[in-house]
Design a protein around this ligand. Structure first.
Ligand SMILES: Cc1cc2nc3c(=O)[nH]c(=O)nc-3n(C[C@H](O)[C@H](O)[C@H](O)COP(=O)(O)OP(=O)(O)OC[C@H]3O[C@@H](n4cnc5c(N)ncnc54)[C@H](O)[C@@H]3O)c2cc1C
Ligand SMILES: NC(=O)c1ccc[n+]([C@@H]2O[C@H](COP(=O)([O-])OP(=O)(O)OC[C@H]3O[C@@H](n4cnc5c(N)ncnc54)[C@H](OP(=O)(O)O)[C@@H]3O)[C@@H](O)[C@H]2O)c1
Length: 682
């Protein structure tokens, strides 16, 4: 169906082209007239004229002489023309822009014809600077030091903005190579090497701090935050280095008193250059998800980091221009572009502040709605700031990226429509949502979708892993405090079963399980409601073991249909009920939802008609909290295969635990290992 990957790819390739085209547009924006005027404004300011400003405008200090004193006006226009490489095609733009600026900022309001005349006079009466005494006032049109100006005209600011995009492009290329090697099974061979294992141990697998937290939050009570993992942190560190280097890189042609303008100019462009990136990274239909293999939560991490740098750039820009405008600041606020610039920086600050983890954790839906509204206001403010100054290309690119993401989301939603689902209580605080699967739905284990429940705030949607059972899309939902609790309450009132209209925006994800299949042996680790994707992966496996930890046995039996299709051994650990450990035949386990009635001796007891010692349809049930570290180590060591893939999804504490175990042991295990982390938090 058209809404499938091809459409997504098409929309996203379009995004990419747009960004590339717009970037180039900005990079070579010389010739627009704006760059020429900005450059020459600084050059002409260095010349001394015998002129007393009229002072009717807040900007008289900067614009009265260039707009109203012929030697200055002529020098300015001549300079702008020469610096463009005597490009006569930009002259009409130059005259128009110059007249607008003069009308807006100076005490004069001459028409365009006046400036055309001034330019003509200047070309006829031009006196080279070398023939003038620079220490005395100048009475004729001249040209400032064009060699120096040429350098500032080529100021690297836009390149610095492009370089940050280039840095991410480099990361994307490296990740794409790694991702495709993983997808086609090449890493399976490489991961056995010592070098690869060292990379895995010290860079790819670990949490930032030894035995630290990645899936769990740091902090206390309300004040919590997520930390990056080691590899994310290293990429953040490089970005930090780049930013500092770019801030400090020499500012060419820094006339005394004008350095602050250059700092503001550079940081402003660097800030603008990040807007398309951070919008792209926040999108659900970002084609880079597919190319890099990074999870959506990784992209959201980079969204946050880029946004923070964008704000820092904007802050430096604002502070620099505040210093430059001392004495004119308040009156400058009457200019729309100036006021909008101030508002944009304030909004960027508010956006960063209100996105702190404790707001997201406590009021995710409100956070998201407010975030989108503030982001729209921010873009609008930057738009009004830039449509006078230039560099609109970055904004156009950002808007296109955002528009296409939303468009693809709407198309996905329309394609699915609102369908009547059946929702049933299947366990303690666990419900199952079932809805017919559309033909176009491309599915792989680990696929998730954003579910919209009709009758709840229309924009509210939540990510849930979906599995396909008997031609239906099913989600197993653990009840939390928000929408899941509201649906649960209605369900319980309705005798544990009801029909409810839902829309699923998807499919998303599902990239890891096919990579896992490249491995000869696999270890599937599931915890609580993190199970569906892992169980569905296990249904596709012929080798390996599933280890599943849940609080109670009814939670496990809720996933009957998936268990039926699993042919590898299953070890279940029940942590909040006590009974004797048991070994079941799968058939028997499924028909017996209360399997603890007979055994009391605490040992692994085989009941019923046990087939062979290695019967793959056996299910071991143990009533204890497992030592995940010991289990993973034992399973990997016991594996006869030369390579083992480990896939996991469960509660955050378990995920971090698994990460530590694999990090600690990966160099001890004499086989190729890969870890596929299905858990996401943002
Ligand atoms: C990719 C993915 C797949 C998931 N699959 C399942 C699943 O199969 N079964 C299951 O029970 N749970 C799953 N979850 C978790 C599920 O999305 C949340 O439990 C659910 O959104 C909570 O809704 P609530 O309003 O009841 O939560 P609340 O009680 O309001 O919040 C509980 C937690 O969920 C987070 N949260 C709330 N809304 C969102 C949102 N829209 N996006 C991201 N996080 C949010 C909050 O920050 C908070 O930490 C999955 C999460 C992700 C990211
Ligand atoms: N793709 C995704 O990102 C995705 C998909 C589905 C679900 N989820 C999320 O996954 C999480 C699943 O959590 P849950 O609340 O359903 O799980 P839970 O019930 O809190 O925990 C499941 C089981 O894991 C045990 N456990 C926890 N930490 C352990 C450890 N370190 N070692 C061994 N056992 C451990 C628990 O034991 P105790 O009883 O002793 O605590 C419990 O029996 C949810 O937050 C859900 O939102 C994410």
């Amino acid at each position: 169906m058209f809404v499938d990957m091809r459409l997504v790819a098409f929309a996203l390739i379009l995004q990419f082209n747009l960004i590339a085209a717009e970037l180039l547009g900005t990079t070579f924006r010389r010739g627009s007239g704006i760059s020429e005027l900005n450059t020459c404004r600084v050059g002409v300011a260095e010349l001394t004229f015998d002129y007393k400003m009229l002072g009717k405008s807040s900007y008289s200090k900067y614009w009265d002489a260039p707009c109203g004193y012929p030697p200055s006006t002529g020098s300015f226009l001549l300079c702008s023309y020469v610096i463009s490489g005597n490009d006569s095609s930009i002259q009409p733009k130059l005259f128009k822009l110059f007249t607008e600026r003069c009308n807006d900022y100076s005490s004069y309001d001459y028409p365009i014809s006046y400036y055309e005349e001034q330019f003509k006079n200047a070309t006829q009466n031009y006196v080279p600077l070398s023939q003038l005494n620079a220490s005395l006032p100048i009475y004729s049109a001249t040209l400032p030091n064009m060699k120096l100006l040429q350098k500032s005209y080529m100021d690297a600011s836009t390149w610095f903005a492009v370089a940050v995009c280039g840095y991410f492009l480099l990361l994307i290329i490296i990740s794409a190579v790694y991702n495709f090697s993983r997808r086609y099974g090449f890493t399976k061979r490489m991961n056995g090497s010592k070098v690869s294992k060292l990379f895995q141990k010290y860079l790819i697998f670990p949490t930032l701090l030894p035995n630290g937290k990645f899936s769990q939050t740091y902090g206390y009570s309300f004040f919590t935050m997520l930390f990056p993992n080691r590899i994310q942190f290293v990429t953040d560190l490089f970005l930090f280095g780049l930013q500092v280097a770019f801030y400090c890189a020499p500012y060419k042609y820094t006339i005394k008193g004008y350095w602050v303008v250059y700092v503001g100019y550079r940081s402003g462009i660097m800030s603008l250059g990040k807007i398309p990136l951070l919008v792209l990274f926040a999108g659900r239909n970002n084609f880079l998800l597919w190319i890099t293999g990074w999870s959506y939560s990784t992209f959201l991490h980079f969204h946050k980091v880029v946004a923070a740098w964008m704000f820092i750039d904007a802050l430096i820009h604002s502070v620099a221009y505040t210093i430059d405008y001392v004495g004119y600041y308040v009156s400058s606020l009457h200019y729309t572009y100036f006021a909008c610039g101030v508002a944009a920086t304030v909004l960027a600050g508010v956006l960063c502040l209100h996105s702190l983890h404790f707001f997201r954790r406590g009021f995710y839906e409100y956070f998201l709605a407010i975030h989108v509204v503030l982001a729209i206001c921010f873009i609008a403010m930057v738009w009004h700031h830039c449509n006078v100054l230039g560099w609109m290309e970055w904004l156009v690119a950002a808007c296109c990226v955002w528009f296409f993401d939303r468009l693809v989301r709407v198309i996905r939603m329309f394609a699915f429509g609102y369908q009547t689902s059946t929702i049933t209580v299947v366990g303690d605080q666990l419900m199952k949502v079932e809805v017919p699967k559309p033909d176009w739905w491309s599915h792989a284990p680990g696929t998730y979708g954003f579910i919209y429940f009709a009758g709840i705030i229309f924009w509210e949607n939540h990510p849930f892993t979906v599995v396909v059972e008997n031609g239906k899309i099913c989600a197993y939902i653990r009840v939390k405090m928000g929408v899941t609790s509201r649906i649960w309450n209605k369900l319980v009132k309705n005798n544990n079963r009801m029909n409810w209209r839902i829309c699923i925006e998807g499919p998303y994800g599902g990239a890891l399980a096919p990579m896992l299949k490249k491995y000869d042996d696999a270890l599937f680790l599931a915890g609580g409601s993190g199970a569906p994707g892992i169980l569905e992966s296990a249904t596709k496996a012929t080798n390996g073991k599933l280890v599943w930890v849940a609080q109670n046995i009814s939670f496990v039996t809720a996933y009957q249909t998936l268990i039926t299709n699993i042919s590898i051994p299953i070890d279940i650990y029940i942590t909040r009920e006590t009974s004797a450990n048991r070994t079941f035949l799968k058939k028997e386990f499924l028909s017996d939802s209360e399997p603890d009635s007979q055994s009391t001796d605490g040992s692994d007891k085989e009941i019923g008609y046990k087939e062979t010692e290695n019967d793959v349809s056996q299910i071991h049930v143990r009533y204890c909290r497992p030592d995940i570290s010991q289990i993973i180590d034992a399973e990997v060591r016991a594996s006869a295969a030369k390579n083992v893939g480990i896939i996991a999804c469960g509660p955050p504490v378990m995920m971090d635990n698994i990460r530590h175990v694999i990090t600690d042991h990966v160099t001890d295990w004499n086989k190729s290992i890969d870890f596929f982390d299905e858990f996401q938090i943002w």
